[in-house]
Structure formats: C-alpha cells, structure tokens
Design a protein around this ligand. Sequence first.
Ligand SMILES: Nc1nc2c(ncn2[C@@H]2O[C@H](COP(=O)(O)OP(=O)(O)OP(=O)(O)O)[C@@H](O)[C@H]2O)c(=O)[nH]1
Ligand SMILES: [Mg+2]
Length: 301
Amino acid sequence: MINHKHKSGFVNIIGFPNVGKSTLINSLVGENISIITNKPQTTRHRILGIIDQYDYQIIFSDTPGIMIKPIYFMQKIMMQYVKKSFKDADIILFITEIGKFNLLNKYLSFLKFLKEQKIPILILINKIDKIGVVYSENMLYDTINYWNNFFPNSEILPISALKNINQDLLLNKILDLLSNGPPYYPKGILSDRSERFFVNEIIREKIFLMYKKEIPYSVEISTKKFKNGKNSIHIDSSIYVERNSQKGILIGKKGNSINKLGYFSIKGIENFFSKKIWLRLNVKICKNWRSNYKKLQNFGY
Ligand SMILES: Nc1nc2c(ncn2[C@@H]2O[C@H](COP(=O)(O)OP(=O)(O)OP(=O)(O)O)[C@@H](O)[C@H]2O)c(=O)[nH]1
Ligand SMILES: [Mg+2]
C-alpha cells in the first residue's frame, strides 16, 4: 500500500573543495561514510548517504569539490559526477563557508550555471563555529550578504557540519521542500557503496593524513580480498602509485611508513566495521592511472 504522506527525494550536496561537504553528509547520516581531510579534492566519487523514518526517505549525495580547470582525466570524471548530480537533484544544498568569498570570481561561470537551475537551492554557510574564534559575528553578516546578492531567491542557512549547529533546522527545511513519494531504496540502507569501497576510502584517508604533497593525489586503492568472519575480517588491499619514486616514499625507510599506515588503517577500518581487522597492504605501480580511461574504469570511476 502506498503511504500518501511518505516523502522522498534526492538532495545533492555540492560546493567548492574543502568547504565541508563530506562532514555534512556524515553528520546527517550519523556514520562516517565519506572520508574527511583538511586537503582539497579528498572526495573523488559521488557517494550516497540515505536517512529514513516511517514517513520519509532522503537520499543525500556527497560529491567532489568543484574544479574549474580539471587537469587529469580523473578530475574530469570527478566533475562529471558533479554535473550529473545537478540532473537528478530534487534539492541542491550548495555549501560554502564563512569568510571565504573574496576569491570566488574564478567560479563565476559555475555560479551563474547554478543560478539557472530550476530546482530549489539552499545556500549553506558552513563552519559558523569559527565565530568568536577566527571570525567576528560581522563576518557572518558579510558572508550572508554576499550570497544573498548572488542568489536573491534562495534561502541561506548558517550551519556547522562539525558541531551539528542548525542540523534540525536544515532537515526540516529539506522535508518542507520534498514532495510525496515512495522510498527509492529499501528502508534502513545507509549507502549505495560496498564494504570494499569503504575499506579503500579509509586507507586513502590515512594516506591523505600521513603523506605530503602529491602522494595522496597519486594513489588509488583496490581491495582484492574481503573475508568477513564471525568476529574478524581478513582484508588484502593494494595501493597503486604512478611512479617507482612514489612507491619508495609510501613504504619509507625499512618499511616504517607503510607499517604506520597499516596501523592507522586497521584502527579506522575496525572503527567502521566494529570487528577485529587483519589487513595486508602492498604497494604496486600503475603508470599514469589518473590519465588513462581504461585504468580509471578498472578502479571504479
Ligand atoms: N571548524 C569547522 N571545520 C569544518 C566544518 N566542517 C568541515 N570542517 C573541516 O573542513 C575540512 C574539510 O572538510 P571536508 O568535509 O573534507 O570538506 P569537503 O568539502 O568534503 O572537501 P573535498 O571533498 O576535498 O571537496 C576538514 O578539516 C573538516 O574538519 C565545520 O563546520 N567547522
Ligand atoms: Mg569531501
């Protein structure tokens, strides 16, 4: 029987790099489904996070940060994910952050494109927990004014994804805007992604946190074995880098760095699955994978 009071829809989170898109989806869903670091271009895929109650189902999408000039083929694909998320959105959450609006001229054509969309756009000003620490209250008004001038017809909501400020308000606004409809996914499903995907992402997150410069951007992870036992999971994952020199850096002197990476990865994966983890990591070279369509396809892009 169709419940006529049931609401459902796709709410797609988009924004510039590092503004807190993944932090927001995690706090809305209540699980760490998308990795977070303080470096731009952390998120490479479109990741669904689903929440439901008896009378609604909201399917959120986390997306990669908007890039104006993608260089690698991988980055072009990442931008295709963003573009696609415009097409199937019932609502767009355009997330920005307090105090960051002086350098946005380079994004002007994107912002104009966003403005032309016929779907409701909620402008979120994130990181307002920085008020009183980094910024004064006036900075919030300046940021609101900036976005209000640009999107006079959109509602603007200051939030903190990190500290859950105004999350209930945001959820109520989304529910007001959603139409009646049946659930798109079976109730209780958290994400569209597989266990292996989350393992890959957790390892990638630890690489982002541990290594500098181009290393985090030149790695891709592939998990060959994921053997889920009663109390423990046995995992074999490969880390692909583009060059031999990167392999050396990843492994480190006497294997020190890779051992440390293994330790942090195990902690992260154990946290995610709430089970004991046995992890085997090995580093392989896959030349220029970021620019090669076939290789990217094999990696799930
Ligand atoms: N102070 C503060 N920091 C935040 C907040 N939300 C996110 N951050 C921080 O901002 C940084 C980027 O967060 P992410 O969630 O990875 O940002 P993103 O937009 O998904 O980034 P990309 O995937 O790289 O485009 C991290 O260091 C977060 O801890 C917030 O509400 N307040
Ligand atoms: Mg992200």
